[in-house]
Design a protein around this ligand. Structure first.
Ligand SMILES: Nc1ncnc2c1ncn2[C@@H]1O[C@H](COP(=O)(O)OP(=O)(O)OP(=O)(O)O)[C@@H](O)[C@H]1O
Ligand SMILES: [Mg+2]
Length: 292
């Protein structure tokens, strides 16, 4: 799930409602249509997977077939991201190609850092991998599902957790409410899990604080708990420690990597810090539109 909330006030969020509160960049798609399709697709998949036919026949359920992360036994070998020949061009203000023919595979449990100079397209690439922005060319599979505008919202809410440099918390909501937001969007009760995650990131004592009263490091720890709430297969982090001092950066990286590895998540993190990148299993550089 994704929340872009730099200047968001509680009143504005309440007015829009959680389902409509998506990335500004993501409004490129028909959000209304996507949401309806996504809900019907998820419901259809659940209905089929719980039906007697697939289970009793001992076959892999439709849900597991199309979404391997639903099968716990397969999760270790799950290809969480399979991006092929991704290119991205902008037409205005001047025609530019930012990403050229990028292919990337990330397995469950893998930690990957993407480095590169400012303006090379790291955020753009992460947004494309996170279905926040469409690629100009190429294909993207998340957990075996081909990403299309009809399942973007489903993928964002159920399969992908985002962490941003600017935290993007709802500042007038409490820490607990922020962490619970992905479950609220999915109409699920995750209160216990939210409390467990807050304990894991060391924020139990701040759960009833409005997010705006937290320090930068605390905000990012809350954002990490929020990203993990719906148990997504893939965690995407865009310079998660970019606004923090070195001590807090290290805490955030250790938490992020620890939580991802403990749960077998695929983690892609964009960073300028080679020391932090070195903590990941693989490091790529984005340069001249190519990933090397
Ligand atoms: N909607 C857009 N239209 C035109 N150009 C854009 C658009 N969005 C991004 N760009 C351009 O794409 C390039 C890459 O931007 P991006 O934010 O992905 O870089 P980055 O590598 O994340 O940089 P930084 O390290 O500073 O965060 C920049 O030159 C930016 O101006
Ligand atoms: Mg960026």
């Amino acid at each position: 799930m994704i929340l872009y909330t730099n200047s968001l006030k509680k009143r504005e969020f309440d007015k829009k409602g959680p389902q409509n509160f998506c990335s500004e960049r993501a409004t490129i798609v028909n959000r209304q249509g996507a949401s309806e399709n996504e809900n019907s697709e998820a419901a259809e998949l659940r209905k089929r997977s719980s039906g007697p036919f697939s289970r009793e026949a001992g076959e892999q359920s439709e849900l597991a077939r199309r979404d391997p992360t639903q099968s716990k036994t397969d999760s270790a070998s799950c290809l969480c991201i399979n991006a092929k020949n991704i290119s991205k061009s902008f037409k205005s203000p001047t025609a530019t190609t930012i990403l050229k023919n990028i292919s990337l595979e990330v397995q469950a449990g893998e930690t990957v850092a993407i480095m590169g100079k400012s303006g090379e397209g790291k955020t753009t690439l992460l947004h494309i991998l996170g279905t926040l922005e469409p690629a100009t060319e190429g294909t993207l599979e998340i957990c075996g599902l081909t990403a299309t505008s009809s399942n973007w919202n489903y993928l964002r809410n159920q399969k992908i957790g985002f962490i941003f440099q600017a935290f993007n918390l709802l500042e007038d909501y409490t820490v607990l409410e922020n962490v619970l937001m992905p479950a609220k969007i999915a109409n699920q009760d995750a209160h216990e899990r939210a409390l467990e995650l807050l304990q894991e990131v060391g924020l139990s004592h701040r759960k009833d604080f409005p997010a705006k009263l937290l320090s930068g490091g605390e905000k990012q720890r809350a954002a990490i708990a929020r990203a993990f709430l719906n148990d997504p297969a893939l965690i995407l982090a865009d310079e998660p420690s970019g606004n923090l001092d070195h001590a807090n950066s290290t805490i955030i990286y250790n938490l992020l990597l620890g939580a991802a590895q403990k749960r077998g998540k695929a983690l892609i993190v964009v960073t300028h810090d080679s020391e932090l990148a070195a903590l990941c299993q693989k490091t790529y550089s984005l340069m001249d539109g190519e990933l090397r």
